[in-house]
Ligand binder design. Structure first.
Ligand SMILES: Cc1cc2nc3c(=O)[nH]c(=O)nc-3n(C[C@H](O)[C@H](O)[C@H](O)COP(=O)(O)O)c2cc1C
Length: 169
């Protein structure tokens, strides 16, 4: 797909067919994640691809939307704030920025493969960390279902140019 077609095609999908995700698609998605930039190239994250039904359902139970457990694959992205680059002025870890960029590479690669996904931030981190046995300083930053869409995405509105952009000439 052309780059801008991928950008236009990627939408948040909240209903999935049970068809498994093909292994070739996972390889493309892994490559897209590897190509993501990270602060100082520290790559302070891991992507955990879960197909095991019991584990998927246990993780999905920590998110209010029942549809999450129906996707044939659930991806948990864990980050280590101590292993990420830290800002020089305030000392904060930029782990969430690194994860966000890699996650969007994943989302765009999934769209390019004809697969649906959705960023999931509204989950209970403590619960998901327990299910996946994630030990501090690591923690789950974001989740994403992955699979073939079972319905079209909801209509979306975008802010106006005036609200989104300014130029200093
Ligand atoms: C950081 C982040 C967290 C999100 N968390 C959730 C979530 O918990 N549940 C959900 O249904 N969608 C979630 N979304 C998806 C947004 O609602 C969606 O991207 C937005 O409405 C725009 O729609 P689109 O992705 O189809 O363009 C999240 C998106 C981002 C970027």
């Amino acid at each position: 797909m052309e780059f801008f077609d991928v950008l236009r095609t990627r939408r948040s999908i909240r209903a999935y067919q049970p068809t498994p995700v093909p292994a070739e698609a996972i390889e493309k998605i892994k490559e897209a994640i590897r190509l993501a930039p990270t602060g100082c190239n520290f790559q302070p994250f891991r992507f955990i691809f879960i197909t095991n039904e019991e584990v998927r359902k246990q993780v999905a139970a920590y998110y209010p939307g029942k549809w999450l457990g129906e996707a044939p694959m659930l991806v948990a992205v864990i980050g280590n704030p101590e292993a990420a680059w830290h800002r020089r002025d305030g000392g904060e870890s930029i782990v969430e920025i690194d994860v966000a960029i890699a996650m969007e590479h994943f989302q765009l690669a999934a769209a390019d493969c004809g697969l649906g996904s959705c960023w999931i931030g509204a989950f209970n981190r403590k619960g998901v960390n327990q299910v996946l046995n994630i030990q501090a300083p690591w923690s789950t930053v974001i989740l994403a279902p992955l699979g073939y869409p079972a319905q079209d995405a909801a209509p979306r509105t975008n802010k106006s140019d005036e609200e989104l952009f300014s130029f200093i000439d």
